[in-house]
Design a protein around this ligand. Structure first.
Ligand code: SF4
Ligand code: SF4
Length: 512
């Protein structure tokens, strides 16, 4: 049941006040783990099954991939060290059953064992055992070819926490390898510059908006400059930015006095949502208000850190997390509500992010326990007969695309569909492979355009085949990637957020 106002906030107070310093704590478990790793078996060479998958792959003209054969011998840096290591428990849990293979988008596109969850887990194990170098190019390629969509994690009967494995493996890689100076500068500009400070991000957003509206874009297209710089595909992914961004600065949006008062929530705006989907942000506040929640928009909140974690920059993510925790604690809210699947997933895992950092561990876990995706919060209200159902009919047919970090990482799948079903007149038609990754995956569609494009076309094809009038999703990355893929197919089908539909139904306005 939902908490009464202030009830949760009281439980937030009084937990640790430590300052995050970035220092790791050595644990007995780590020492034990080192011993266990030495004793573990050596990884064998390619199995007949691998060969079979490779044969299948050649029939399907696989995307440009580095095929990897385990047991090639260690070179350079080997093994994992320090904090943020792949969980030995998860590695041990993998029984190689292969249940995860049909759920894995990269496996479905390549039929290569190396591009499957099981294959990647074997490689991580090989690095842990010292049988494969941490900086081996094929290991690095596979860790980054993975979309971190976590579809494998959701179907694994052994409870392997694959997201933790790949995210820590990337972190270990980034600490061990030295990138060329240009790449280092770019990563620093993105992760220590843009995503480290919302003000800088909004400034960059304003520059992009100027580019889109001033005629500079037409010039760049007409002159061939985009092609010369190899930026045409990346530019196509850029959102069309609104006149105004949503910048949370401590506002309080009170629930209407005649609504049943259901508590106080802190709205986590998210960096991409607040810049590219400001209208959806405002719709989120209206929908929460309509359901009796007083909404606080805490000042000082930053990017959730999801993109940073996926890029193997765990320390930078922890810095962002400490600011978000402090900002939301100060709001006195019962829940922290997110409308972006990727943000919600990252926020819910702050406890694990600080698992080896006692100064913030308790505080981060308390914060994480309060995080709810908006469809989770409203879905719970619906299940308890507490949802405001004063909807106007929306005579529309839509299809629902499941964001990976909602369906797989947060296991929220039924609630968005139940909320859509509660809107009178709205018909939902299921697409094929609704929960297969669309290829967006943070910045994956920029770093891996071939695979992202293949998955995006696959998804767009499924969407168009439903003959729906709009596609609904709940994550900014998915929305932008789907928009670009549908455009490429010549489809103008609107891409909406679940909240856009709920808000439209409350206000009696058609969303398209
Ligand atoms: S389903 Fe789980 S246990 Fe089976 S191969 Fe995949 S990760 Fe390993
Ligand atoms: S996270 Fe996604 S892409 Fe990566 S191995 Fe698992 S299912 Fe495959």
């Amino acid at each position: 049941m939902l908490l009464a106002e202030g009830q949760g906030a009281a439980r937030w107070r009084g937990v640790g006040n430590g300052v995050y310093t970035g220092e790791a704590c050595a644990t007995e478990a780590q020492a034990e783990r080192a011993g266990e790793q030495k004793a573990r078996r050596q990884v064998s060479a390619e199995t007949p099954e691998d060969a079979q998958h490779r044969a299948l792959a050649s029939q399907r003209q696989p995307i440009d991939l580095t095929q990897h054969v385990l047991g090639a011998g260690a070179r350079g840096v080997s093994g994992f060290s320090g904090p943020d290591q792949p969980s030995d428990d998860s590695l041990q849990r993998c029984v190689r059953c292969g249940y995860c293979l049909p759920a894995c988008p990269t496996y479905l596109e390549t039929y290569s064992e190396a591009s499957s969850p099981r294959g990647r887990i074997r490689m991580i194990q090989a690095v842990a055992d010292g049988a494969l170098s941490l900086t081996d190019p094929s290991f690095v390629a596979q860790m980054y070819q993975c979309l971190d969509c976590r579809a494998c994690e959701a179907v694994c009967p052994s409870g392997v926490r694959y997201g933790q494995l790949v995210e820590t493996a990337r972190t270990q890689i980034e600490r061990a390898r030295s990138r060329p100076a240009g790449e280092r500068a770019l990563r620093s500009a993105v992760f220590s510059g843009l995503f480290a400070d919302q003000r800088r991000l909004r400034l960059a957003g304003r520059a992009l908006r100027w580019y889109q509206r001033s005629g500079a874009r037409r010039l760049a297209h007409g002159s061939g400059a985009l092609d010369a710089l190899g930026l045409r595909a990346t530019e196509a992914l850029a959102p069309s930015l609104p006149d105004q961004f949503y910048a949370p600065s401590g506002e309080v949006y009170a629930a209407p006095p005649d609504a049943p008062q259901r508590g106080r929530v802190a709205f986590f705006a998210g960096c991409v949502m607040s810049a590219a989907f400001a209208a959806t942000e405002r719709a989120t506040i209206r929908v929460l208000n309509a359901n009796g929640f007083t909404v606080v928009a805490p000042a000082g909140q930053e990017c959730c850190g999801a993109l940073t974690i996926h890029a193997g920059e765990m320390d930078r993510a922890r810095t962002l997390a400490t600011r978000n925790i402090a900002a939301c604690e100060a709001s006195g809210a019962d829940y922290v509500v997110s409308n972006a699947a990727g943000c919600g997933s990252a926020l819910k895992e702050y406890g694990e992010l600080f698992a080896e950092f006692p100064a913030w561990r308790e505080r981060a876990s308390a914060f994480a326990a309060r995080v709810r995706d908006i469809s989770e919060l409203l879905g719970e209200a619906l299940a308890h007969g507490e949802l405001n159902t004063r909807f106007e009919p929306l005579p529309l047919t839509v299809t629902y695309q499941e964001p990976c970090h909602l369906a797989h990482a947060q296991r929220i799948s039924a609630q968005p569909r139940a909320l859509l079903a509660a809107i009178p007149g709205l018909k939902v038609v299921e697409m094929a492979e609704a929960s297969l990754c669309c290829g967006s995956a943070g910045v994956y569609n920029i770093t891996h355009p071939q695979m992202a494009g293949a998955l995006g076309r696959r998804k767009a094809g499924h969407i168009v085949a439903t003959q729906a009038q709009a596609v609904v999703t709940a994550n900014p990355g998915c929305a932008l990637h789907l928009r670009a893929q549908l455009d490429q197919m010549g489809s103008a089908l609107p891409v909406l957020h679940l909240v856009d539909l709920l808000d439209a139904a409350y206000r009696g306005r058609m969303p398209i």
